[in-house]
Each structure stands twice: as C-alpha cells, then as structure tokens.
Design a protein around this ligand. Structure first.
Ligand SMILES: [Zn+2]
Length: 231
C-alpha cells in the first residue's frame, strides 16, 4: 500500500468517532429517516438510506460552512447506486442528486429484505486521541510487508470500517488523492466514513463488515461525494 502526498485540505478538521450515545449535547444520529426533500433514488420511489445525520449546529463542524442545520450521509442501498458513487448537495434544506450509478433496484442487495430505512440511534462525536489518529495514519501508510501484521493482528479493531467524521480514517480501499468536486472542480476534503454497524439492527447497513463508505465534501460549494470500497 502506497501513501500518496495528500492534498492540503484533504484532512480538513480533527477526527471523531461517531458512536451511539444517549447523553449527547447535539442531535447526531446513526441511521434514521432522512427527512429532507429529495433524498430519493432518481428514477425510482425508493428513499436513499441514511447511515448517519450530522448536526451542523455542533460548533465542532461549523467549518463545513453549510447553510443547513443537518447533513445526512446517504447511501444508495438496494438501488444500483449502492454499488457505486453517489453525489449530492444539501442546499436550502433539500437534497439534490447530482450523480448516481444507473441501474436496477435489487431484491437481494446488499442482502435479502434490505430495510427501506434504519432505526435512528442517538450518537455523539468522540475526538480521536493523538495515539488513535497515529494508528490510522500508520495503517494507511504501511508497507505491503507490514500490512497483514498491522491490520489483522496488532490493530485488528482499528482496521474495521466504522463511522467516523473528519480526521484521517483508515481507508480500506487504499489512500487515493482527493476527488475533484464534480460541481466546481475543487479538490474535496475527507468528510466521514461509514461502516456496517447499525447498532439496533444487527443486519447492518452494508451486509459486510469489510465494506466502507467514504464521504468527501467540497468546502466551496457543499457537494458531497460518496464512494464505496471493500478490502
Ligand atoms: Zn464544489
């Protein structure tokens, strides 16, 4: 695995774990229904799956500069978009789908009887310690010779995709240069990652613990790009 030179703003703000919590000061969610108009897979009536919703009134996320109070992290689920890239923007309190993978709606993807939505779980942001961030950076930059020992033995828990916001998460598909914003051509910042754990629903968001959703964000025009990777 090769660690590429990062774009300056790729890791724009400190990293946080997004974990279930009943005592959070903010209204972050894991799962839940996306209430914003427009969160529908184009060409079908199926709602996009919300794997998390970030409360942007949390001052730790104010640098994102969105004019809306919530930022849903969306996934195509049983639609073909579930297999590929999805781009959207959140403006004026509604979702605009900008790019998606065309194709069928599946009966058994990511698994049979896939939910139309997941129950929402209150969640909080937990700042990564310097040691935790150093482990993720090490996992991203390790040599092919060290990869198995580090990811499968020494830091097995840390190498499993999970819900994180900001920072430099472990990227199971490998470190790539920042995407170019499909709307305004600026390099995008790493916004968040999503893992399989849906907490109150043991079936999970992705049907596989080794699949990871990676969300990038354009600080200039607020476009969100979601990509999906597996190891
Ligand atoms: Zn942009």
């Amino acid at each position: 695995m090769v660690c590429l030179n990062m774009e300056i703003n790729r890791y724009h703000f400190p990293g946080y774990f997004l974990r279930p919590s009943s005592s959070g000061e903010w209204s972050h969610l894991i799962g839940g229904d996306c209430k914003l108009p427009g969160a529908i897979f184009p060409g079908s009536n199926k709602a996009l799956i919300q794997i998390a919703s970030l409360d942007l009134t949390d001052s730790r996320l104010s640098d994102l500069g969105l004019s809306t109070d919530v930022l849903p992290l969306l996934y195509g689920g049983a639609c073909a978009a579930g297999e590929g890239r999805l781009c959207y923007s959140v403006k004026g309190g509604s979702i605009q789908i900008l790019e998606y993978q065309e194709g069928a709606v599946y009966d058994d993807f990511p698994y049979s009887n896939y939910p139309v939505a997941f129950e929402g779980v209150s969640a909080s942001l937990h700042l990564l310690t310097a040691q935790e961030q150093a482990v993720f950076t090490q996992l991203n930059c390790c040599s092919d010779d060290d990869w198995f020992e580090l990811t499968q033995v020494k830091h097995q828990d840390m190498s499993l995709p999970q819900h994180m916001v900001g920072g430099e998460p472990y990227l199971i598909g490998g470190v790539e240069n920042a995407s170019v914003c499909p709307t305004c051509a600026q390099p995008m910042a790493l916004l968040a990652t999503g893992g399989n754990a849906a907490y109150v629903d043991s079936r999970g968001f992705l049907g596989n613990d080794f699949v990871q959703l990676v969300y990038e964000f354009c600080l200039k025009c607020s476009t969100v790009v979601q990509n999906i990777y597996s190891d």
